[in-house]
Ligand binder design. Structure first.
Ligand code: PAF
Length: 264
């Protein structure tokens, strides 16, 4: 147990450039404990693209203030040496680590799980809060905790969106206002698809609406079974559409629960 910190504590891991989405994670964390640790560490292992790492927004002073105002009792920005001393071994995200987001970002989920495990070792939280925007990340972190039998409860937090529906992301600061307007196509497509009956109608609707925006380049739009993270088939009880693509060189991801028809 890390005796320098008061336990039990709730933990919000971040890579900084905090926005209202992170504030919501911190305020959810406060429902679990008045000891809320927010980490800020831009993890190079999860960036497969060196340009993305170099241009990832960094605003540590603002982040510190924002996190404290949102209710953090500690803002912790560890050094590279603290997180990665010589002996840290890499975690594999397995087959799912190479699918969906992982198919487009080789090594991303291995790097993400490696740092999350390390952060958990150093912080020893009782609760850790993860946003649903990175839905595959959330699923893989839950698997890691279950597999290693870590005594940590993973709490998921709903996506925070701007007034027109764009999921908040640290990378959005790299979008112009015209790009943001273009990026709204993603939530529009998800919202419309979510109301329809039937997987094939939902899939068709997603692709049809996403194709209307010339500034948007699609990587994938798929509907998964939430319990297995495999492509959804008829009869799945909880499904979710995942969309990922690019606007103006910025990678955007989003997801939404889809309506399901109960069979039998
Ligand atoms: O979601 C993020 O910001 C990062 O993937 C995380 C969980 C902080 C690990 O670097």
């Amino acid at each position: 147990m890390n005796l320098a910190r008061t336990h039990p504590l709730a933990f919000v891991p971040t890579m900084g450039a905090l926005h209202a989405g992170h504030e919501s994670l911190i305020s959810i964390a406060r429902n679990y404990s008045s000891n809320v640790v927010v980490s800020i560490f831009v993890n190079p292992l999860q960036f497969e693209n060196p340009d993305d790492l170099a241009s990832y927004p960094r605003s540590i002073d603002e982040d510190q203030l924002r996190a404290e105002l949102a209710g953090a009792s500690e803002v912790w920005a560890p050094t590279m040496e603290e997180i990665y001393p010589a002996e840290v071994s890499r975690i594999s995200a397995g087959e799912l680590g190479n699918q969906f987001e992982g198919a487009h970002r080789p090594g991303h989920f291995d790097g993400m799980l490696t740092v999350v495990k390390r952060l958990f070792e150093l912080v020893e939280p009782q609760w850790a809060i993860f946003g649903e925007k990175d839905y595959q990340q959330l699923f893989l972190v839950r698997e890691l905790v279950a597999e290693l039998q870590l005594p940590i409860e993973i709490i998921s937090a709903p996506i925070v969106r701007d007034v027109q529906g764009l999921a908040l992301s640290s990378r959005n600061v790299r979008l112009s206002s015209a790009d943001i307007t273009a990026a709204h196509v993603i939530s529009r497509a998800l919202q419309s698809a979510s109301q329809l009956d039937g997987l094939s109608q939902q899939r068709a609707c997603l692709h049809e609406i996403l194709a209307t925006e010339p500034k948007f380049t699609l990587d994938y739009a798929e509907i998964i079974d939430e319990t297995t993270f495999e492509l959804a088939t008829l009869g799945a009880e909880r499904t979710r559409a995942l969309v990922s693509g690019w606007v103006a060189g910025v990678r955007l991801i989003d997801n939404m629960a889809m309506k399901v028809i109960k069979v039998g």
